[in-house]
Design a protein around this ligand. Structure first.
Ligand SMILES: [Zn+2]
Ligand SMILES: [Zn+2]
Length: 239
């Protein structure tokens, strides 16, 4: 956090250095990211991502879309618009925020987006199956995504029973947990753990963690088996 000297912000542990939440999902032929926040450029450079076929958006908050201008690097090399998948409200926000990318007379070098408006119907990106899951961020609808045995949900504080069914059977759930104290639009640590247990997840990794939660080592130490804090650069493999 800018200007903060708390024990997390000043920690030497690199697992306490948290950029904005995002994931890269790769199969042997296809690569996609979920969200492209303000740290997107840095995340792509750090992880040496050479190929990106699509961007899935969870919702339109700035910490999830602000980095989309940097998609121009990928569209520059491929000379093709980047495929963007978003629900209708997020799609209109992207058109508003990045109006210049949709202009008839685009300035050279601006990114180009191919917008795909999605609902909760499953779809395919290359060989990666995607099942959208509707979750609630206070009053804002947000999409989580299930990819085979892996489910990613961020920026939620409530999930309806019917949508919970879509998560069941996942081997790994990534779920947001902001801090220990209750929050109006994010699950707290205890709420996230309770949901993971209710859904009988074999493994859960917590993400979208605030500096208010505490240091990685202290919190991880106290978590029960199968529940972990995620950290930047964490890689999970599925067969
Ligand atoms: Zn949000
Ligand atoms: Zn967020």
């Amino acid at each position: 956090m800018i200007g903060c000297n708390c024990k997390v912000c000043s920690s030497p542990d690199k697992r306490d250095k948290r950029l904005r939440s995002s994931i890269l999902v790769q199969s042997s032929t296809t690569s996609l990211v979920v969200d492209a926040g303000p740290d997107f450029r840095c995340q792509m450079l750090t992880n040496n991502v050479q190929q990106l076929d699509a961007v899935l958006l969870t919702h339109s908050h700035k910490d999830h879309i602000a980095g989309m201008d940097d998609l121009k690097a990928f569209t520059y090399f491929t000379q093709k618009p980047m495929e963007i998948y978003a629900d209708a409200p997020t799609e209109s926000a992207v058109r508003r925020e990045f109006y210049y990318a949709f202009s008839d007379t685009r300035y050279p070098g601006t990114p180009e987006f191919a917008m795909n408006v999605i609902t909760t119907d499953p779809f395919l990106i290359g060989d990666i199956p995607v099942v959208p899951i509707l979750v609630w961020h206070l009053r804002m609808p947000v999409l989580g995504f299930r990819f085979g045995k892996f489910t990613y949900i961020t920026d939620a504080n409530r999930i309806e029973e019917i949508e919970k069914e879509k998560i069941k059977g996942s081997e790994v759930l990534v779920l947001n947990a902001l801090r220990k104290e209750k929050h109006v639009s994010h699950f707290s640590l205890m709420e996230a753990i309770a949901l993971s247990q209710e859904l009988e997840m074999p493994a859960t990794y917590l993400t979208h963690i605030s500096h208010q939660l505490g240091r990685y080592e202290e919190i991880e130490h106290d978590l029960s088996p199968g529940i972990h804090l995620a950290y930047d650069g964490l890689t999970l493999k599925f067969t």
